[in-house]
Design a protein around this ligand. Structure first.
Ligand SMILES: *[C@@H]1O[C@H](CO)[C@@H](O)[C@H](O)[C@H]1NC(C)=O
Ligand SMILES: *[C@@H]1O[C@H](CO)[C@@H](O)[C@H](O)[C@H]1NC(C)=O
Ligand SMILES: *[C@@H]1O[C@H](CO)[C@@H](O)[C@H](O)[C@H]1NC(C)=O
Ligand SMILES: *[C@@H]1O[C@H](CO)[C@@H](O)[C@H](O)[C@H]1NC(C)=O
Ligand SMILES: *[C@@H]1O[C@H](CO)[C@@H](O)[C@H](O)[C@H]1NC(C)=O
Length: 549
């Protein structure tokens, strides 16, 4: 702990101790009396004020996690060496061209992305261990990052992670704005995945063509346009007080993209079948509701509320059925986000809207009941160690995303002094949900049978053979496209991709730390967004704001 503490006199600590004990005795007495008086209507604990004491463990993990966005930025500073893990390099990359480059072993990459169609798509983030930019999951990354900042910005600020998170968000939203050159055209991808996967190279050495792909009125892509709308609408709230011009610009694009998505309804997986190989979408209804929910929060325009509570809500809401929150399915996210309106802002709604909002909250509650390990409707998709486990590929995406929703919902309960939720007759508190969220985070950070952290750069033992081109190739290597010797090398990665959250364990809780094991060992930017969200929520118990605007 900080040395300044040690300098304080012992007498001082002793007094503090006595005062604390006295305070605890009084508090206990008050609580006992209160409980006696109020047995039938248990009240939730009082709402805590601004961020309280920070849990150091989650702060340390968060500091690691936010760095992966820098790793994935498409210009310079791709990977930090271990010593320099604390460095930030945004100032070097801000202009796109190198200024004050203090990291001689790194250079620009993907500067010309988009130039063939006269759009500047040089920013943005690589998707995972390869050098592709896939806008569908990238936009989801931005939406989750925005949501995290909106709910937990205060506490992120206390541990100095707010600005880095805002910078990373803007690095994506700048790119998304540029991807949307006219109302009904949205670029959705840079790079050719076939060509990209035939190369094992650092982004800086890329020479192959980087084709761009678009959706438009003849080949629409409702989910990708709607997710981009969600990203830009949520980000417009983040930047509202920082730069209102930028915020307005984000909102303008968000509104146009929602109209485009909603008017020309077709899945991008249908319009452009080749996208199915990597980020196949299983439907666009969830993105429409999610985007409308964010637009409602950003604009307070009732037409968006009517959209989610009216016939589109009924058609796509899948009410009553819990789902897994992921880059492909945002229903559970929309349910929690709209519960926010139900928890905090019911006054001026019509009965239909109130009823509609109730359906979202009820379904969000069903999601929560599924997650709580001892609830009657608990999901059985778990490992013996208690980790939510749904899919073999990138297994950690589901537990981490679910735990993020649980912590948000728990804080809505706390802030609104909602004592409990009901799961088939049993009651659970905000603290139960927080404990669930903690259990998932703790598992990820090392409390697991492998006794390893799945977050690179956190803890004593973490994956050393992450499936990541930039991390696996020495900075001075000249191997170009055919750098497969670095994939096959038995040495650990020469560069540490700090903050990478890998795919994670098998259902039997084992993990094979091997570079070609992309199923378990490949990090993604959207994994980083959800772990940043979860860790930010766990920093301290605190109330959330009642309104984003
Ligand atoms: C519309 O998008 C499709 C699919 O990406 C593309 O093949 C087509 O060329 C685009 N249309 C125009 C006018 O650019
Ligand atoms: C605010 O955002 C606008 C639009 O992106 C930009 O042109 C302007 O430079 C920004 N202002 C500041 C102070 O950063
Ligand atoms: C993509 O998703 C659709 C809808 O769920 C499904 O029908 C299709 O088989 C999937 N494609 C691939 C390649 O998995
Ligand atoms: C764990 O599961 C994986 C994948 O199903 C399997 O390959 C491996 O052999 C299992 N390990 C043990 C120790 O059971
Ligand atoms: C890596 O895995 C891929 C896909 O499973 C396989 O085609 C390739 O041969 C493997 N490469 C090495 C070096 O093991």
């Amino acid at each position: 702990m900080g040395s300044s503490n040690e300098k304080r006199g012992k007498g001082c600590w002793c007094w503090l101790f006595i005062i604390l004990i006295a305070a605890a005795v009084v508090a206990a007495a008050v609580i006992t009396i209160k409980n006696k008086n109020d047995k039938s209507h248990p009240k939730a604990p009082p709402v805590p004020g601004p961020p309280g004491a920070i849990t150091q463990k989650y702060a340390d993990a968060l500091k690691a996690a936010t760095q992966f966005f820098n790793v994935q930025k498409c210009i310079v500073c791709i990977v930090y060496f271990r010593f320099w893990a604390e460095w930030r390099c945004d100032f070097i990359i801000a202009a796109g061209k190198l200024v004050n480059n203090k990291i001689p072993w790194r250079g620009d990459s993907a500067l010309k992305d988009g130039s063939e169609e006269d759009v500047d798509m040089s920013k943005g983030m690589y998707d995972a261990g390869d050098n592709m930019k896939f806008n569908f999951p990238m936009a989801f990354t931005a939406t989750v990052l925005s949501w995290t900042i909106l709910e937990y910005g205060d506490q992120m600020d206390v541990v100095k992670q707010l600005e880095p998170a805002q910078d990373s968000l803007k690095w994506i939203t700048d790119y998304l704005i540029n991807s949307h050159p006219s109302e009904n055209v949205l670029y959705i991808q840079v790079g050719d995945p076939e060509a990209d996967h035939k190369c094992w190279q650092k982004p800086e050495s890329m020479t192959e063509a980087r084709p761009v792909t678009q959706v438009n009125t003849s080949s629409p892509g409702t989910e990708v346009a709607a997710e981009t709308a969600a990203a830009l609408a949520s980000a417009s709230l983040v930047f509202k007080k920082i730069n209102s011009t930028y915020s307005d610009l984000l909102l303008k694009h968000a509104g146009q993209l929602f109209t485009f998505a909603n008017t020309y309804r077709r899945s991008y997986s249908v319009s452009i079948p080749k996208v199915q190989t990597y980020y196949n979408s299983t439907g666009y209804g969830d993105e429409l509701l999610w985007a409308a929910s964010w637009l409602y929060h950003a604009t307070e325009d009732m037409s968006y509320l009517k959209f989610v509570t009216g016939k589109d809500g009924k058609q796509f809401g899948n009410f009553g059925n819990p789902t897994w929150f992921s880059w492909d399915n945002k229903l559970a996210g929309a349910q929690v986000l709209l519960s926010r309106v139900n928890f905090f802002g019911q006054e001026e709604r019509s009965n239909d809207e109130k009823l509609g909002l109730q359906m979202y909250r009820k379904t969000a509650e069903a999601v929560m009941c599924g997650l709580l390990p001892d609830s009657p409707s608990a999901t059985s998709s778990r490992t013996d160690g208690g980790l939510i486990w749904v899919s073999e590929w990138n297994a950690l995406q589901h537990p981490v995303a679910a735990a993020f929703l649980a912590i948000v919902y728990s804080d809505y309960m706390l802030t609104s002094q909602t004592a409990s939720i009901y799961c088939s007759g049993k009651t659970y508190t905000a603290a139960d949900l927080r404990n669930f969220a903690k259990s998932q985070a703790d598992y990820v950070l090392g409390d697991n049978p492998m006794k390893m952290s799945y977050l690179v750069g956190y803890g004593d033992k973490y994956p050393e053979y992450v499936h990541h081109r930039g991390a696996s190739i020495p900075a001075d290597a000249k191997t170009g496209c055919k750098g497969f010797e670095w994939l096959e090398s038995t040495e650990p990665n020469p560069n540490v991709a700090v903050g990478a959250l890998v795919g994670g364990p098998f259902q039997n809780e084992t993990y094979i730390d091997s570079r070609n094991n992309s199923m378990q060992g490949e990090p993604t930017t959207y994994n980083s967004a959800i772990i940043v969200g979860l860790l930010s929520g766990l920093l301290t118990t605190s109330s959330v704001v009642r309104s984003f605007t």
